[in-house]
Design a protein around this ligand. Sequence first.
Ligand SMILES: [Zn+2]
Length: 341
Amino acid sequence: MTSKSPGNIGPVTPSRLGIQPVGEVAEVAEGVHQLKVPIPIPLVYVSAYLVEGEDGWTLIDTGFDYGEGKAAWEKGARSLGFSLERDVSRIIVTHFHPDHLGAARWLQETSGAPVYMLDSEIRNSRAVWEGGDTSRFVEHLVRHGMDRETTEWATASMRTSLALPEKMVALREGEELPLGPGMVRVVRAPGHADHQIVLHDEGRRILFAADHILLKITPNVGIWPETAPRPLYRYEESLRSMRDLPVELVLPGHGPIFHDLSGRVDELLAHHEERLEEMRREIEGGPKTSFEVSRKVFRYGLSIYERCFALAETLAHLDHLVLLGRAERMEDGDFVRFRAS
Ligand SMILES: [Zn+2]
C-alpha cells in the first residue's frame, strides 16, 4: 500500500460497505458478512463478522448477553441460511469487554463451538469477570479524584460479573489461522485493551480491526486498575507498526467500515497529540487530579459510566505526558495529581 504524500491528506471517509441497519447482516467481502448486533449502551451496536468456511462458520465477536442481541444473531444466521445450533465451527473474541465477549457463553452453549481468545486474555478475563473483588476498582478511581459515592455507584454497574464460556481455546500472537477463503494472522493490538487482537488477512488485504482502529470515534485508551504500564505509548507504537500493512479494507468493531488504514492511523496519532497538549495546558496552573482534568477536557453532562471512561482516558494521557517529560506525577496523601513541567 502506498503512503500518502503530504498535501493529499483529507479526512478518511466511510466505505459504502456495511451500511445496513442495526440488527441486520451485509456481505462486506467474499464470504465475510457483518452483523450489527444491538447493544444496550450508547454505541448502539457492535459489529460481529460471520465468515463462511469449508468446515463451517467462524463468528468474530458476540455482543452483550442481551435479548435483542441474541435475536439479531438468530435472525442473521437464518438470513444467511445457516443454523447457529449446527453450522458454527468456532467463535473468536477479540478482547474481554462485555460488548465483545458478553454473548460468547450463550453462543457456545447454542452451537457447541469453542471460543478462541488470546492466551493472556483468557487469564485476564477470568481475573476481571470472575474475580468478584471490586474494591481495587473503587480505590483506583477515588485516588484519581472521583468522589467515593459516585465511584461505588459506577463500579456496581460496570463491574458486574460476566459468565464466561466454559471452553476457551488459547490463540498465540503471530499464529496463522484459516478464515473463509483466506488465512489470517493474529496480531496483538494493545491500547484499548492490553490483550486485544486484530486479524490480518494479508492475501486479501483485510484487517479485522476490533476496537483498535475505529472511524468517527477514537478508541478509549485508559488506565484501569489492571492495565499494564504506559497504555498510550503502547497504543501509539502499535498504530505505527500497523500503518503500512497491506490493507484495503478495515472491518472495525464499531462504526463505519473504511479503506484508508494509514490515513486513519495518522488521524488517530494527531488526535492524541492534540489531546496531550490540551491536557498539559489544564495542569499548567497547578497540580490537578485526573478527574478534575477530565471534567474540563470532556464535554459536560457525561453519564457516570462515561465519566469513568473519561477519567481513565485522561489518566492515560497525563501518564504519557510524564513519560514524555512534559508533566510530573505527585502523590500527596490520598490523591495522585499531575502538573506541567
Ligand atoms: Zn467495543
